[in-house]
Design a protein around this ligand. Structure first.
Ligand code: ATP
Ligand code: MG
Ligand code: FE
Length: 347
């Protein structure tokens, strides 16, 4: 089954063509980072308009790259939520219009299920069951995964997401958006032990996270360095390293707890922050000690992309799940309310 995947939940337009037997045939991404750069954050209306401009050209591009015609497409998956409603509507409208014209099934996919399943696009994909750590710009969640659509929420952030914390720390260090990769690059020049940041909520039981305190700690550290006239490139790098080490340690401690609690040996990490090298290394070490292993996607499939939506949609479309005639856009949508891939669904 040839599936077109469409991602427009936030500030990247992602499109992919996936054959459910041959795998990924082509994918393309347009990032709107420059569109929003002057505003210090994503401007929803500008995001929607830019998706309108870029989506159909990207669809044509992936078809050309794969040597396929529009009429070869057998199913369409689009991100139905969570995300910015106007941005979601663009992907949903194009998906439903194309699906109607081609008379093929269309399915609205959960964006975080897309992230969660992205590691399945790699060689040596994880088998079920596993524990997943979803760490992105808007989410920090630990999930027990028994199958597609069989999700039990084990813990989540009570305030900021890990990616959001990276982005805010970056801003305080004078770095541009998206801050995660920039903080990580700066941290490579940092000196170990110069600063020590707290590991929030690791001293009590449970699998929830909190990152807003780290944000305040970063701000206080930056201000103290400024007041002391020490806020130079080396000190910025030292702060970046201390911040990154604190986030990675905190995530690692909670992942170990989740693996011990569930008895799972496999850990999957997904979402933009799962591209972080220090996090990957920390989790490799921790899972190896437990006799387990960690799985993740190639860096370009950690952040938003069309391939993960095509993959998640393909699993459900081939079981007959599809939308009714209505475009589905769900700005807030808990992932554990999704039906199992094995349940019949029409909405
Ligand atoms: P959500 O998926 O929750 O709706 P989102 O789509 O904005 O949010 P993603 O695209 O999955 O999030 O990830 C973007 C986030 O990942 C940003 O916060 C970015 O700073 C962070 N990020 C990307 N690469 C890295 C890295 N190497 N280290 C740390 N953080 C990173
Ligand atoms: Mg993004
Ligand atoms: Fe995302």
């Amino acid at each position: 089954m040839l599936i077109l995947g469409i991602e427009t939940s936030c500030d990247e337009t992602g499109v992919a063509l996936l054959d459910d037997e041959q795998g990924l045939l082509a994918h393309a991404l347009f990032s709107q980072v420059e569109v929003h750069a002057d505003y210090g954050g994503v401007v929803p209306e500008l995001a929607s308009r830019d998706h309108v401009r870029k989506l159909l050209p990207l669809c044509d591009q992936v078809l050309a790259d794969a040597g396929k015609a529009r009429t070869d497409i057998e199913g369409i998956a689009y991100t139905a939520g969570p995300g910015l409603v106007g941005a979601l509507m663009v992907g949903g409208s194009v998906a439903h219009a194309l699906g109607y014209a081609l008379d093929i099934p269309v399915l609205g996919v959960h964006h975080m299920e897309g992230h969660l399943l992205a590691p399945m696009l790699e060689d040596n994909p994880p088998a079920f069951p596993f524990v997943a750590l979803l760490v992105s710009g808007g989410h920090t969640q630990l999930v027990r995964v028994d199958g597609i659509g069989e999700y039990e929420m084990l813990g989540e952030s009570v305030d900021d997401a890990a990616g959001e914390a990276f982005d805010k720390a970056a801003k305080m260090l004078g770095l541009d958006y998206p801050g995660g990769p920039r903080v990580a690059a700066l941290a490579e020049k940092g000196r170990e032990g110069r600063y020590r940041f707290p590991r929030p909520m690791t001293d009590r039981p449970g699998l929830d996270f909190s990152f807003s305190g780290l944000k305040t700690f970063t701000l206080n550290t930056v201000n103290a360095a400024k007041d002391a006239g020490e806020f130079d490139e080396q000190v910025k790098a030292d702060i970046a390293l201390a911040f990154e080490a604190a986030v990675v340690d905190t995530l690692t401690i909670k992942c170990r707890r989740a693996l011990e609690q569930t008895g799972c040996k496999r850990l999957v990490i997904a979402g933009g922050v799962s591209a972080n090298k220090r996090l990957r290394a920390g989790l490799e070490k921790m899972t190896a000690k437990l006799g387990g292993s960690v799985f993740y996607a190639r860096p370009e499939f950690c952040t938003d992309n069309g391939a993960m939506i095509a993959y998640a949609g393909a699993q459900r479309l081939r079981k007959g799940q599809k939308d009714g005639e209505r475009i589905v856009s769900v700005p807030r949508w808990p992932m554990d309310t999704l039906p199992s891939v094995n349940e019949p669904r029409a909405n």
